[in-house]
Design a protein around this ligand. Structure first.
Ligand SMILES: *[C@@H]1O[C@H](CO)[C@@H](O)[C@H](O)[C@H]1NC(C)=O
Length: 282
C-alpha cells in the first residue's frame, strides 16, 4: 500500500502536473510518519493527554463564540475503538492530568477540580470549589495552576497549598520529568528550576509554550509557537519539528505521537518511506 502510494507520488512529481498531491507524511527528528486524522473540524484542541490503560485521549476544545458562557469544553476519544464523547457537567472545562498508575483522571474547569469516572462516564466533583483551574499536572502529587493569578498549587495531606518557590512569578505550564527535571513556562518564556540552587534558569525566552509532555520512554517534549522541542535521548533541548501551528501533543499506549493543530487531532504512524528520497530497496 505504502509502496504503490509512493509510485503515484513519483509519477505526479515527474509529470509536474499536480505537485500539490505530493506527500502527506511528516518528518520528526530522523523518522517519517503517515498522518491518520482522528478528529477533524474541532475548535482548537488543547491539553492532549492519553489515559494509557484505556488508550483514551482527553483534551479540551473551544466552542463557537455564540456559546459565550461556555467557551471551553472537555472531551475524550478512544483511540482503539474511535468512540468519543464530550464530558458534561464541567463549566469552562479546559485542563487534564492523569495519574496513570492509579487510573485517576483529573479534570479542571472554572469551578474546581473533578475526577472522571470511566464506568459511569461522569465527572464527579473533587476539590477546590470556586477556583478557576487553568492547568493540572500529576506527578506523585496533584498540582494545579489557578487563573487569572497563575499561581502553582500542590495537593498535600489532602489539602492544596501554593508552592512557595514559585510564589513570586506567574506559571502557565508546569512539568516534572521522569528524571525530576522541573520545567515551567510563562508569558516570558521557558525555564528549568534548579532545586539545589533554588533558582530559575532560562531555557528559551523567545518561544510561547503551549504544552509540556512526556512520552512513554521518559523523553520530554515542549510544544511551542515555533514547533516541537525535545529533551532526553536527544542530547539536550533540540527542535525536532519546525511547524508553527501545533497546539497539543500526547503519546498513546504504543508511544505514537498524537498532535493537534487549530482544527484537527492527528495520530502519526511510523513509515518506512519518506517524501524526499526513494526507499532503500529502489
Ligand atoms: C516568568 O518566570 C521567570 C523566571 O522565574 C520570571 O523571571 C518572570 O518574571 C516570569 N514572568 C511573569 C510574567 O511572571
Amino acid at each position: 500500500m505504502l509502496f504503490s502510494l509512493y509510485i503515484i507520488v513519483t509519477v505526479a512529481a515527474r509529470t509536474r502536473s499536480l505537485p500539490e498531491i505530493a506527500c502527506n507524511r511528516l518528518k520528526i527528528g530522523d523518522n517519517w510518519y503517515d498522518r491518520d486524522t482522528l478528529w477533524a473540524n474541532i475548535g482548537r484542541p488543547y491539553n492532549l493527554n492519553v489515559h494509557r490503560g484505556s488508550n483514551s485521549l482527553f483534551f479540551s476544545y473551544s466552542l463557537p463564540e455564540t456559546y459565550a458562557d461556555v467557551d471551553f469544553q472537555l472531551a475524550y476519544f478512544n483511540i482503539d475503538t474511535r468512540e468519543y464523547q464530550t464530558i458534561a457537567g464541567i463549566r469552562g472545562g479546559c485542563s487534564v492530568a492523569i495519574d496513570q498508575m492509579n487510573d485517576e483522571i483529573y479534570l479542571g474547569g472554572s469551578d474546581g477540580i473533578y475526577k472522571y469516572n470511566m464506568l459511569t462516564k461522569l465527572a464527579d466533583f473533587y476539590k477546590e470549589k470556586g477556583k478557576n483551574i487553568w492547568s493540572l499536572f500529576y506527578k506523585k502529587n496533584l498540582f494545579y495552576i489557578s487563573y487569572p493569578d497563575q499561581k502553582l498549587h500542590i495537593e498535600y495531606d489532602g489539602k492544596f497549598a501554593t508552592v512557595k518557590e514559585f510564589e513570586n512569578f506567574e506559571i502557565d505550564y508546569f512539568h516534572v520529568s521522569s528524571v525530576n527535571v522541573i520545567y515551567f513556562a510563562n508569558k516570558t518564556g521557558l525555564y528549568k528550576y534548579d532545586n539545589e540552587k533554588m533558582e530559575a534558569q532560562v531555557v528559551n525566552e523567545l518561544i510561547t509554550v503551549r504544552q509540556i509532555v512526556e512520552d512513554n520512554e521518559g523523553d520530554t517534549y515542549i510544544v511551542s509557537n515555533f514547533g516541537i522541542f525535545a529533551d532526553g535521548k536527544y542530547d539536550g533541548l533540540k527542535k525536532i519539528l519546525d511547524m508553527k501551528n501545533i497546539y497539543g501533543l500526547a503519546f498513546d499506549k504504543d508511544n505514537n505521537f498524537i498532535y493537534s493543530d487549530e482544527k484537527n487531532i492527528i495520530k502519526l504512524v511510523y513509515s518506512l518511506v519518506g517524501c524526499d528520497k526513494k526507499p532503500v530497496h529502489w
